[in-house]
Design a protein around this ligand. Structure first.
Ligand code: 13P
Ligand code: SF4
Length: 314
């Protein structure tokens, strides 16, 4: 790419020329959020994708999110700036293992977190996101045993919220699982009036510190409407702090470092979300690639479980 090219301007030009819409998750780099037509949590992004009249959906997020947009709109072109943008939760649950569980336990209803592959969605009864899960679980007949996959931490949080026992898949998010409790305690000690806000993908050991737990959009809403604090400690991917600063310019936000495999403190960026850059966004709009494509058989089955989510979360 010509280093003097104004990427933002070019992206805006390509968007109009190709009748494209740019959807972005809160964990994307700030410059991508700033150029997006819509920013949201997983549920809102799926709803937006299902409704759009654009010809091309450029999805700035991870692959399972772009796949959900495709599944809901298989006749549209769905682009993902970096096709390697995966998710540790998706990796933890292969379609083979999931199918085996379902075959061996036919009495279970499979309620599956949207952070999974299209093949696993196709094998599931209903998909949920962190903002819709509680409502959807509460709508399931009481005598039906539930398998919740793949996030065990979100699953444990939902068991407590709904009082519903569930069998949990053994998956977790590498970002939310690795926040350093020691660093959190230090930040809290230096900022004793700050509110701690957390995503339910965090383990229970971290959630016990939280003043508020919710999906990315719910955390943003909480910050926006919280009258009794101007300081927040954020236990989710720090990309969201960009929108928090826009909504609450009077407030201060603290990210919490992670502990890496070498035992060192490091940033808590999602290595998958952050694969998308402004350069890759521009190139994917020029080349109309990488494009999301899925076999019809998977798309049709996965659409049923995703549409059930859209219906039950109303
Ligand atoms: P939200 O649905 O809350 O945006 O979560 C998506 C995600 O991947 C969190 O790690
Ligand atoms: Fe997956 Fe965690 Fe990244 Fe969200 S933050 S996309 S759950 S790895």
């Amino acid at each position: 790419i010509d280093p003097y090219l104004d990427l933002e301007q070019e992206i805006i030009r390509l968007k109009a020329q190709k009748n494209a819409i740019i959807l972005a998750h809160y964990y994307q780099y700030s410059e991508i959020q700033d150029i997006a037509d819509f920013i949201g949590d997983s549920l809102e992004l799926s709803k937006k994708a299902a409704m759009t009249s654009a010809d091309i959906i450029v999805f700035c997020g991870v692959k399972f999110m772009a796949e959900a947009a495709y599944i809901l709109n298989p006749d549209k072109k769905v682009l993902l700036p970096d096709i390697k943008a995966g998710c540790s939760l998706e990796e933890s649950c292969t379609a083979e293992e999931f199918r085996k569980f379902r075959e061996e336990n036919p009495e279970y209803i499979a309620i599956t977190y949207i952070n999974c592959s299209a093949a696993v969605k196709a094998l599931s009864d209903v998909i949920v996101t962190s903002s819709s899960a509680e409502k959807i679980i509460n709508s399931i007949a009481e005598d039906r045993p539930i398998l919740f996959a793949p996030d065990k931490h979100l699953g444990n949080f939902l068991i407590k919220k709904t009082n519903r026992p569930m069998k949990l898949w053994n998956g977790s998010c590498i970002v939310h699982e690795n926040f350093s409790e020691r660093e959190l305690i230090k930040i809290q000690a230096s900022n004793p009036t700050a509110q701690i806000i957390a995503h339910p993908e965090c383990p229970a050991g971290l959630l016990r510190y939280a003043d508020y737990v919710g999906s990315t959009s719910a955390l943003l809403k909480y910050v926006e409407t919280c009258n009794n604090s101007k300081e927040f400690i954020v236990l989710t991917e720090p990309g969201i702090i960009h929108q928090m600063q826009i909504k609450r310019p009077d407030s201060e936000f603290h990210e919490v470092p992670s502990i890496n495999q070498a035992g060192c403190s490091s940033c808590s960026n999602c290595p998958h979300m952050k694969l998308n850059t402004l350069e890759k966004l521009y190139l994917c709009m020029v080349n109309e690639s990488p494009e999301i494509k899925l076999p019809d058989e998977i798309t049709i089955k996965a659409r049923l479980s995703l549409e059930r989510m859209l219906e039950l979360s109303k």
